[in-house]
Design a protein around this ligand. Structure first.
Ligand SMILES: [Zn+2]
Length: 402
């Protein structure tokens, strides 16, 4: 089943009309905008006064003077609402999807952590099964394999016991298990065999990201020459920028063909470093991600990230065995957009681009997602004047409203 056939199945049967707010389109801001969604797809996006269609029987969403923006696409999310990608069940992915839909995410890549190969095969199969199925929240777009082909020197909150160099037979099995839904992989290019693995994956359309890597600038540049095109949570779990040894950070910033992820929660990366990265890469090459783990939406306590214990307390997630190590986040896309605008001073249209159009382009779904234009999927977020999510619409269906 293709995604477009499926949209017709789970897209709202009734027309949905969203109006009463400022609309963000690729052509700019429309002060009194409207978006009309029919059969799961956008039929109209523009000035409300230019819409001449029939609204009889339509579901109406009143933006109440706020903002109507494209749905957010999170390329790097592990969990939320008690579910985690590593649980390898459809129910867990639905929990993640519904949790993050409350904060504006309309589509995401289910992201793994470093684990034994057999475990990752199970996860890949579960993600493949979830792609194209209605979750009650955000859509699962595919698999993001973060590890196990990463460096123990930059482990972050991943288990070094399962880290290893890439093996061609493992890659083939993972590729087969994911069945075309494997979209992104984070690996360390300095590992033995990694450059060949990068070439193999890039040839098959899997976007290769440099992450959890202690590569020197030269090693990172060799990975980019082989086809790596993205950098996993820039600044975190990678060799930093020194002016004589620019490291992974320097390689990602200096190569125009490389896009970067930022965790914009004010804890993982200093606001000034966020501003520097955005100034350097621009909104077209910067994707906001959450790196969120399963405890979002749950009370403080001890939770699993992969097979490691994570202590969640006062909005922060740290490894229980090593409390100085940040263990994923409790961030959401809506909060990341708001943080970039309010604290870093990025204009809202640029912050939204980093949360929608840019991630869509990075994983090759910009033909159907990432902006509010006729023909694209009916994925829309309504923000209030304070930039908090007021409603989320996936394929024309209201999955969240307050
Ligand atoms: Zn992660």
């Amino acid at each position: 089943m293709t995604m477009s056939e499926n949209l017709a199945t789970f897209g709202a049967t009734r027309r949905t009309v969203i109006r009463g707010g400022r609309l963000l389109t690729p052509a700019g801001i429309v002060d009194d905008g409207a978006v009309v969604i029919d059969g799961g797809r956008i039929l109209f996006a523009g000035p409300a006064s230019a819409w001449r269609g029939n609204d009889a029987g339509a579901v109406l969403v009143d933006a109440r003077g706020g903002w109507i923006v494209p749905g957010f696409i999170d390329l790097h999310v592990h969990g939320g609402g008690g579910g985690d990608t590593m649980d390898a069940t459809f129910d867990a992915l639905c929990a993640v999807a519904r949790c993050h839909a409350q904060y504006g995410t309309t589509a995401f890549l289910a992201t793994t952590v470093t684990a034994p190969h057999d475990r990752l095969l199970e996860v890949a199969a579960a993600v493949r099964e979830a792609v194209g199925r209605w979750t009650g929240g955000a859509q699962v777009l595919g698999l993001h394999l973060e590890g196990p082909y990463v460096s123990p020197k930059r482990a972050g909150a991943q288990n070094t016991a399962h880290m290893r160099p890439p093996a061609p037979e493992e890659l083939e099995e993972l590729f087969a298990a994911a069945g075309g839904t494997w979209r992104l992989v984070a690996l360390a290019p300095e590992l033995p065999g990694a450059v060949d693995a990068i070439r193999w994956l890039a040839e098959r359309g899997v976007v290769v990201s440099i992450g959890h890597s202690d590569a020197t600038y030269e090693e990172a540049a060799a990975g980019i020459a082989a086809g790596a095109r993205h950098a996993t949570h820039l600044f975190n779990a990678m060799r930093g920028l020194h002016h004589r040894e620019p490291g992974v950070v320097g390689a990602a910033l200096a190569h125009a063909e490389v896009t970067v992820e930022l965790i914009a929660d004010g804890e993982h990366v200093h606001p000034a470093a966020l501003a520097l990265a955005v100034a350097c890469k621009g909104p077209q090459r910067t994707a906001l991600v959450t790196d969120c783990m399963r405890a979002r939406g749950l009370p403080d306590g001890v939770y699993k990230l992969g097979d490691l214990d994570v202590l969640v307390q006062g909005g922060k997630a740290r490894l229980a065995a090593s409390p100085d190590t940040i263990a994923g986040s409790l961030l959401t896309m809506g909060e990341a957009v708001r943080f970039l605008v309010r604290t870093v001073g990025v204009p809202l249209p640029e912050a939204v681009t980093m949360a929608s159009a840019t991630p869509a382009r990075i994983i090759g779904v910009a033909d159907r997602k990432g902006s509010l234009e006729p023909g694209k999927d009916g994925d829309v977020v309504v923000l209030d004047d304070d930039l908090r999510v007021q409603a989320t619409v996936v394929a024309g269906r209201i999955v969240y409203s307050r």
